[in-house]
Write a protein that binds this ligand. Structure first.
Ligand code: GTP
Ligand code: SPV
Ligand code: MN
Length: 591
């Protein structure tokens, strides 16, 4: 499909290593895609769902031990260890290639190796980047065809050099002890083996569009971020764009697709989705512009319903691959916790076993829920009812505000604004969040997750912060930087803020601040809204509760400072001095 000798040579090499029976190029044609779905259905890899209720939708179950990203087995392999930094796992590239070659050796015997040419970004645009993923998984092929722009047109548009990102994925034995997700940013290479799940194997997503791209962004002067992008349209038809970084399973997809509360809807406000997970940002005309390099959504299923996120739900009603949700045998559809209050009685759970809803125990979700807490839908952006008209615009959209956020039961107020870009970058650097099911490991533990990028920066974290500071200096009109927390809880552990669509109320304050239309209270951590400036019309929320949501608990912050210092020490020698200055200033303001 290509005459690019670098590509063909590399494919030959990888085939000599993995030894597939045949090699098939993915052309993106309907005919080939239909045939692959057919093959996956006959092998049991996919289950064809009710085509009247869910046209062109399929269900897939991964191995029980292979249901999330595995950060402990994710490596950045730079020649010098210090270039990967202390936060990343590191392996020497020579050693890593040798180790993984043993695992790949003959791993595709008797199988087909699929060659997927794909673009991150608009094919042919200045800002697009190209990759090829080799894989032995039809599931990966079908997901990549949704998540990226892939196929013949991409192969033909790719530059005739060796700048493409070389991705090799083999399911292998799925042995978790030998599972590796390895990145070689100096070689534009990603090697993934012994997994068949999401972010571990859809190499265009976290591996390329964040880890490799963040490395390229630093070299080339742009940013690759774990951010949604949304447009907020006012009744006059003006649209302002906001990008927001929240850690995995902390509300990006939900915010990106939110339905405005009745009060705003009636006035004519609208929300448009540009992206729900990844943003590539560059400086142009003195502003920061963002594109979503993806072509679909790999979204969290549980909790998605007609009230929380109708746009996501409708996006998944056709052309969707569901992974690890429950199978409702009564009508051959899917179900997950939080879809509705009617758990199916004739149901197969995410593990492929008969499921009894009466045994569901909230405290033991993994073992008793019908759908895995990190079960997902892979759906096409173009099927999203609120997809932005700018989604396909290669120039992207100009960003007015950057929002950081995480899950914090206490400490972080509903929203605050940083004093300036440098302070905003500092606010990003000290982000913290309770861990979720999106990555393997303990749940609900507070950990520092700078810019929601802890698992995704392809180089040293201190250098990454320096790059953020440097970017700020290059933008004449930089976006204002904010921090939000939808997850503050009361003493019984209930969320205080209604969240979801009502988060629009916070976005309105954020945009009013960007336009200098509203005042704020200056506190030790930044500008906090005056309670009367958050519109709570139609909400059952008392003034007292709002004040609690907006309060800054100096003691809790002082306690946090010790933890931040520890974290900075762990990040190590390359933490920019500006970050220490900001930290000292915060400490001083807290008194
Ligand atoms: P990744 O795809 O893993 O990067 O996740 P994400 O950041 O897109 O998170 P998503 O929007 O899928 O939300 C994850 C979980 O958070 C779901 O269970 C949601 O129901 C829940 N959630 C999202 N927004 C809110 C909110 O405003 N308030 C509360 N309480 N929960 C929310
Ligand atoms: C995340 O974990 O942030 C995701 C899902 O978006 S995955 O693609 O698996 O990384
Ligand atoms: Mn994500």
């Amino acid at each position: 499909m290509t005459s690019n000798k670098y590509i063909n040579q590399w494919i030959d090499e990888m085939a000599a290593l993995t030894k597939p029976e045949k090699i098939v190029w993915i052309d993106g044609s309907e005919e080939q895609t239909v045939a692959l779905r057919e093959e996956a259905c006959s092998s049991g890899e996919l289950i064809r769902l009710n085509q009247d209720l869910l046209p062109n939708c399929y269900l897939h179950r991964t191995a029980v031990n292979d249901v999330a990203r595995v950060e402990g087995r994710t490596f950045i392999c730079t020649r010098k260890k210090e270039d990967a930094g202390n936060i990343n796992n590191w392996m020497d590239p020579v050693e890593c290639y040798a180790k993984l070659k043993k695992l790949y050796d003959g791993s595709m015997k008797g199988e087909t190796m699929y060659v997927i040419p794909y673009a991150m970004g608009q094919v042919g645009s200045d800002f697009a980047k190209y990759g090829i993923e080799l894989t032995d998984s039809i599931y990966v092929v079908l997901n990549m065809l949704i998540m990226t722009r892939a196929g013949r047109a991409v192969a033909e548009a790719m530059p005739q050099d060796d700048s493409f990102v070389k991705g090799l994925h083999a399911k292998g034995t799925l042995d978790p002890e030998n599972r590796y997700i390895c990145h070689f940013p100096e070689d534009n290479t990603i090697w993934s083996v012994n997994s068949a799940y999401g972010g571990n194997v859809l190499l265009g997503k976290k591996c390329f569009a964040l880890r490799i791209a963040s490395y390229l962004g630093r070299k080339e002067g742009w940013l690759a971020e774990h951010m949604l992008i949304l447009g907020l349209e006012n009744p006059e038809g003006e649209i302002k764009y906001i990008s927001a970084a929240f850690p995995s399973a902390c509300g990006k997809t939900n915010l990106a697709m939110l339905i405005p509360p009745e009060y705003y809807k009636k006035k004519g406000y609208k929300i448009w989705t540009v992206g729900d997970d990844i943003a590539w940002l560059r400086v142009k005309d003195g502003r920061l512009w963002a594109i979503n390099p993806e072509n679909g959504f790999f979204g969290v299923a549980p909790g998605t319903n007609e009230h929380s996120n109708p746009n996501a739900l409708h996006t998944t009603e056709r052309d969707t691959i569901f992974t690890n949700v429950a199978h409702n045998l009564d009508n051959n559809t899917v179900w997950w916790e939080g879809l509705n209050d009617n758990p199916p009685t004739n149901c197969i759970n995410w593990k492929g076993e008969k499921w009894d809803y009466r045994k569901y125990d909230k405290a033991d979700k993994i073992n008793t829920s019908a759908a895995h807490p990190n079960s997902r839908f892979t759906a096409m952006a173009k099927n999203c009812p609120c997809i932005s008209s700018e989604f396909d615009n290669p120039a992207g959209v100009p960003i007015s505000a950057i929002v950081f956020g995480g899950r914090r039961a206490k400490t972080a107020p509903l929203v605050y604004q940083s004093f300036n870009w440098q302070h905003g970058a500092f606010v990003g650097s000290i982000m913290a969040s309770e861990t979720t099911a999106a990555a393997a490991g303990a749940l609900g533990v507070v950990r520092r997750d700078p810019m929601a990028m802890r698992p995704f920066v392809g180089y040293d974290m201190g250098d990454y912060w320096a790059h953020w500071l440097d970017m700020g200096k290059r933008i004449a009109n930089p976006p204002k930087i904010f921090h939000v927390n939808w997850f503050r809880t009361d003493d019984e552990g209930h969320f205080i803020w209604p969240g979801f669509g009502d988060n629009m109320r916070v976005l309105m304050w954020i945009l009013a601040r960007c336009e200098g239309k509203v005042g704020a209270k200056e506190t030790a951590i930044g500008y906090v809204p005056n309670p009367e400036d958050i519109n709570v019309e139609g909400l059952d929320i008392s003034r007292e509760t709002l004040e609690t949501l907006l309060s800054v608990d100096a003691d809790a912050w002082k306690e946090d400072i010790a933890n931040i210092k520890e974290f900075y020490a762990q990040v190590g020698a390359r933490v920019p001095k500006e970050m220490y200055e900001e930290l000292a200033a915060l400490e001083k303001r807290l008194g």
